[in-house]
Design a protein around this ligand. Structure first.
Ligand SMILES: CCCCCCCCCC(=O)SCCNC(=O)CCNC(=O)[C@H](O)C(C)(C)COP(=O)(O)OP(=O)(O)OC[C@H]1O[C@@H](n2cnc3c(N)ncnc32)[C@H](O)[C@@H]1OP(=O)(O)O
Length: 194
């Protein structure tokens, strides 16, 4: 069972998440939020190239194929890579809220090993929101939506202002991202939509 720590329990006055009116339609691919993101960017040759799609409500589905570069034990995915896939999928939910947020806490259960070549199918949803705190949960299954559960995670994301990235990020990448000709990626990285 994941998410056992008190920090992952929404308070009694937490609210249901509200899908932003401009959120991508259910079924729509979200695309990468940043070309150099290890989770979803096309510019990382050993990255996960995880593709997430909007679901109903504040949910997403996602998939990635475990590559030889993702191994820990021989022929098996590294646990950190699987945690990255969960983190990325959970992080993409924030685009449906039109909120910029970073992972504060991620609790993961590794239920079964995931061989190289597997398509890991992920489902995630926001369960509650309390001021800056976004509570969410995700499951990763082997092969498809009806496959056996391999990993699970519960997470707490914390909403941040754009200054979080500008202040903490390395200048050359920040400048490059601000000049990204892809307007959607630029918006996802640098606009807070309340
Ligand atoms: C543009 C789109 C990007 C999408 C990326 C998606 C995929 C990738 C997602 C990631 O992996 S993000 C990268 C990994 N995460 C980080 O680098 C975050 C590093 N941590 C921080 O920058 C700060 O600690 C953080 C912004 C999370 C919080 O600092 P703040 O000073 O803004 O908040 P503060 O400490 O005042 O905490 C606000 C509330 O959150 C709670 N909180 C903060 N960190 C927590 C934590 N780790 N565990 C539990 N609760 C936490 C804190 O207790 C408090 O609760 P209350 O409001 O009830 O008092």
């Amino acid at each position: 069972m994941s998410g056992t720590s008190a920090a992952l329990q929404p308070p009694a006055d937490a609210e249901k998440p509200v899908r932003h009116p401009d959120a991508p339609a259910p079924g729509e691919l979200l695309g990468a939020h940043y070309e150099q993101c290890f989770g979803c960017g096309g510019g990382q040759s050993h990255g996960l190239h995880l593709a997430a799609r909007a679901g109903e409500g504040v949910t997403v589905t996602a998939a990635f194929t475990v590559q030889p570069a993702h191994q820990g034990a021989p022929g098996l995915a590294h646990g950190g890579v699987l945690a990255t896939a969960l983190d990325e999928t959970l992080g993409s939910l924030n685009w449906l809220l039109r909120t910029i947020a970073v992972t504060g806490r991620l609790e993961t259960d590794f239920v079964r090993p995931v061989p190289v070549g597997t398509v890991l199918y992920l489902e995630a949803e926001v369960t509650a929101v309390s001021r800056r705190k976004i509570y969410s949960t995700a499951t990763g299954r082997i092969g498809g939506p009806d496959g056996p559960v391999a990993v699970r995670a519960d997470a707490l994301f914390i909403e941040v202002a754009v200054e979080h990235f500008v202040h903490h990020g390395r200048e050359e990448e920040i400048k490059a991202a601000m000049n990204d000709p892809d307007q959607v990626r630029r918006t996802r990285a640098f606009e807070v939509n309340p």
